[in-house]
Design a protein around this ligand. Structure first.
Ligand code: GDP
Ligand code: MG
Length: 136
């Protein structure tokens, strides 16, 4: 079954010149990019995107971070694209959860600065894609 997932390269990934690396891994996996956009996010979009984390101790710092510089927003499509992209990205904690060989496992050291985002379910993917790419 073909799915679509939201892909973000967060400001730390853009700053560290990892856009090419991330796109390359997505393409090598066999997923198809159906939208790509480099943009700076405002607080409104950031807080909607991370609404599930509103009230958590790291929420403010997460919003500050995600609005701190350009992000690459993309939509990737393919069979089981949501899970495929989450596996490529690796677990949230780049040291203790993300396996070496994943993007976070290979390039990350801190939980907040974990380089990429991926939708975590079909419901999240639908919500996030509509939020970031309303015309898709
Ligand atoms: P994800 O789906 O793997 O990105 O993880 P979550 O949805 O749980 O969290 C969203 C993002 O918030 C993560 O990717 C991190 O950038 C950040 N984050 C999550 N947990 C923490 C935390 O305990 N501390 C801090 N500073 N940031 C966190
Ligand atoms: Mg999440």
């Amino acid at each position: 079954m073909t799915e679509r997932t939201l892909v973000l390269v967060k400001p730390d990934g853009v700053e560290r010149r990892l856009i090419g690396e991330v796109i390359s891994r997505i393409e090598r996996k066999g997923l198809t990019l159906v939208a790509l956009d480099l943009r700076t996010v405002d607080r409104e979009l950031a807080s909607q995107h991370y609404a599930e984390h509103d009230g958590k101790p790291f929420f403010e710092s997460l919003l500050e971070f995600i609005t701190s510089g350009p992000v690459l927003a993309a939509v990737a499509e393919g069979p089981r694209a949501i899970s495929a992209w989450r596996q490529l990205a690796g677990g949230t904690d780049p040291v203790e959860k993300a396996a070496p060989g994943s993007i976070r496992g290979d390039f990350g050291l801190e939980v907040q600065y974990n380089l990429v985002h991926g939708s975590d379910s079909p419901e999240s993917a639908a919500r996030e894609i509509k939020l970031w790419f309303p015309n898709l």
